[in-house]
Design a protein around this ligand. Structure first.
Ligand code: HEM
Length: 321
């Protein structure tokens, strides 16, 4: 009898904790435990095959998540298409012509909705696809908290204002991250995402031609694929990490220490300022980078999620219901 009593007390304790977790509007990893058990497997399979087909896609999905979270929170707003009556964020300056991966998110959404119709948000799909991209390319694993809902709006003005640009100074970048509740340490660790992927000449031209804090040989190579005149070769691509472009590792920081950062904003992290020591640490110690990167990604994923009855679960990630 006493035994039964203690079991039921423990069970009700667990239930109370479970409901508290749900009702406080917090995100948690098991959110789809009963409503859509296969969701993580589906996202993983499709993300992996997208990367097998195009290695850069891993980088593009990671960037898409960052650009989602920094504008009104991680609410899938970046995925919304423009229409005649609706302006999304895709044509904002930091996004226009450089964001990729929307088709992969569509494909995942379709597969997830076939398994569990109308349950999983596009914002959560993006969060899991970003994690799976990092893992697939050799980076660290973390449990992604879930339960975000999708926005019914977007903000092109916030996308233009809140996202850092490649010409930003360290002070500006730091304050844009601080505005989102992210510390200098988070910012430096998260910038390590530039260990994968590419950038367009238009985004690194001024650094490789005009800045003085750069390695001469490196900038010479980059100049050879990026003509000096604005408007010529703007879309030519170069890897953000000259050492291991498709591997998620700490070589981005090794580049910075050797003044081989591709973007002005990259090299700002190692330019005699307050970020130098941490960059040096990560350049020598990959585990420290991985652990701080994971912490930063979890914090970034927590930026202003829509939970409870806010927002909606979109049927199509590109459109409001
Ligand atoms: C610190 C401030 C940051 C600035 C100024 C910045 C800026 C940029 C720019 C200009 C590009 C190149 C876009 C192009 O030309 O196609 C880029 C690419 C990329 N960014 Fe950032 N970024 C920053 C932080 C981050 C963060 C925090 C993440 C993710 C956690 C991230 C992930 C990426 C990835 C993975 C790419 C490569 C995308 C691809 O190849 O499709 N960036 N970033």
């Amino acid at each position: 009898m006493a035994n039964n009593n203690s079991i039921s007390k423990v069970l009700s304790g667990i239930l109370i904790l479970f409901f508290l977790e749900c009702s406080t509007g917090q995100l948690y990893p098991n959110y789809y435990y009963s409503s859509c058990p296969p969701v993580t497997d589906i996202v993983k399979t499709i993300t992996e095959s997208a990367i097998a087909y195009d290695t850069r896609m891993g980088a593009s999905l990671l960037r898409l998540f960052f650009h989602d979270c920094f504008v009104k929170g991680c609410d899938g707003s970046v995925l919304l298409d423009d229409t005649t009556t609706f302006t999304g964020e895709k044509t904002a300056k930091p996004n226009n012509g450089t964001l990729r991966g929307f088709e992969v998110i569509d494909q995942i959404k379709q597969a997830v909705d076939e398994a569990c119709p109308g349950v999983v948000s596009c914002a959560d799909i993006l969060a899991v696809a970003a994690r799976d991209s990092v893992v697939t390319l050799g980076g660290p694993y973390w449990e992604v908290k879930l339960g975000r809902r999708d926005s019914r709006g977007a903000s092109i003005s916030k996308a233009n204002k809140d996202l850092p640009t490649p010409t930003s100074s360290l002070t500006t970048i730091t304050s844009k991250f601080a505005d989102q509740g992210l510390s200098l340490k988070d910012m430096i660790a998260l910038s390590g995402a530039h260990t994968i992927g590419k950038a367009k000449c238009v985004n690194f031209r001024s650094h490789v031609y005009k800045d003085s804090n750069k390695n001469r040989f490196f900038s010479g190579f980059r100049q050879s694929i990026c003509p000096p005149v604005n408007g010529t070769g703007d879309d030519n691509l170069a890897p953000l990490d000259m050492i291991t472009e498709t591997r998620f590792d700490n070589s981005y920081f090794q580049n910075l220490v050797a003044f081989n950062g591709l973007l002005h904003s990259d090299q700002e992290l190692f330019n005699g300022g307050p970020a130098d020591l941490q960059v040096l640490l990560y350049s020598n110690w990959q585990e420290a980078f991985f652990s701080d990167f994971v912490e930063g990604m979890i914090k970034m994923g927590d930026i202003k999620p829509l939970t409870g009855s806010k927002g909606e679960i979109r049927r199509n990630c590109r459109k409001r219901n």
